[in-house]
Design a protein around this ligand. Structure first.
Ligand code: ATP
Length: 223
């Protein structure tokens, strides 16, 4: 008699948002995004450029340029997509508004906000940061030398929400925190902007298509 194994329960689909200024996007972002997408095995992984970032003085390139550069970088990589909602929105751009809007669209589908350890350490400076935990899971991308520097209420909330395995994230829409090591190349947008403004050559730190766009649009000429 043959025994048929019970069909595996289909894993709940998840949406991942990787936010940043992407000014410009570089291989550090792209490598981390690619690894995290594979680790989480998700079909819906979106890089989401910040509109008018409230946490920084200013971006050097206009939102439309940052969006165009992301689209060029991901042109041949359909597993990573771009979500342009913050660029289209006018006024200050808060992650809490973005996640609320996504939550309305996704219903109970698990939603993940992915961010690097540096960004996560300063999460309690974000507008209405406590609400982020109600709206999404947090996945913090770490590297061996990156330091967890959570303080006060943020440290308490993360300690209370931390999970050890990613499959747990699929079981509820929001509210858990998972730390995962990914390759973080020593590349920053600041360094690329400075190289360009001082006449340096940042090739191989970012896709050629993005570098060509920067040249054609004369971005970052005066930082
Ligand atoms: P800037 O130098 O202008 O501050 P950045 O290079 O840090 O920019 P952001 O757009 O601010 O890039 O970062 C978006 C997200 O990507 C953040 O969560 C950040 O932690 C992460 N990130 C930035 N650089 C890297 C990198 N080299 N490897 C992996 N993740 C990165």
């Amino acid at each position: 008699m043959s025994v048929t194994a019970p069909a595996a329960e289909p894993a709940a689909a998840m949406t991942v948002i990787f936010g940043g200024t992407f000014d410009p996007v570089h291989y550090g972002h792209l490598r981390a995004a690619s690894e995290l997408r594979a680790i989480l095995a998700v079909n819906d992984f979106r890089l989401l450029p910040a509109g008018q970032p409230p946490h920084r003085d200013s971006t050097q390139a206009a939102g439309q340029h940052r969006l165009d550069m992301l689209r060029l970088a991901l042109r041949d990589h359909p597993d990573l997509t771009v979500d342009a909602r913050e660029i289209r929105r006018s006024g200050p751009s808060y992650m809490v508004d973005t996640l609320s809007e996504l939550r309305d669209q996704l219903g109970d589908r698990p939603l993940i906000l992915a961010l690097g350890q540096d960004a996560a350490n300063g999460l309690d400076r974000w507008h209405e940061w406590r609400a982020l935990f109600r709206l999404a899971h947090l996945v913090v991308m770490t590297r061996p030398e990156s330091e967890r520097r959570y303080q006060g209420e943020l440290a308490e909330l993360i300690a209370a929400s931390e999970v050890a395995r990613p499959d747990v994230l699929r079981r509820q829409p929001a509210g858990q925190v998972w730390h995962v090591p990914v390759t973080q190349l020593a590349i920053s947008s600041t360094d690329i902007r400075e190289q360009i403004s001082s006449g340096g050559d940042p090739r191989f730190l970012l896709p050629d298509a993005v570098l060509n766009y920067i040249g054609a649009q004369q971005l970052y000429a005066k930082c």
